[in-house]
Design a protein. Structure first.
Length: 93
């Protein structure tokens, strides 16, 4: 299993040569301090006047887990909203 820091590092390296990048992700948290939940997010790459890049993520959607929503939004300030998220695994031919 990859950690969030592994994913952030890969994303950072991938976006270094990108003029206009966007990201979309789905994360599954089968075990967390607030219980299991899914999360879906999207964002766009931004650059500040000093040239430092980052990502603007307007919303992070979480499945119907009020604790995940509250801890992310009220405690961490993350822009979380409730959503119905379904993951379907398809077989590759």
């Amino acid at each position: 299993m990859h950690s969030d820091s592994d994913s952030a590092l890969k994303l950072s390296r991938a976006s270094q040569n990108c003029e206009a990048c966007e990201l979309v992700g789905v994360a599954s948290y089968p075990s967390s301090t607030v219980g299991p939940y899914l999360e879906c997010y999207s964002g766009i790459q931004v650059r500040d006047p000093g040239g430092e890049t980052g990502f603007y993520i307007p919303y992070i959607y979480v499945t119907t887990n009020d604790a995940a929503l509250a801890s992310g939004r009220e405690v961490l300030g993350a822009p979380k909203k409730l959503a119905h998220i379904t993951l379907i695994r398809e077989k590759v031919a």
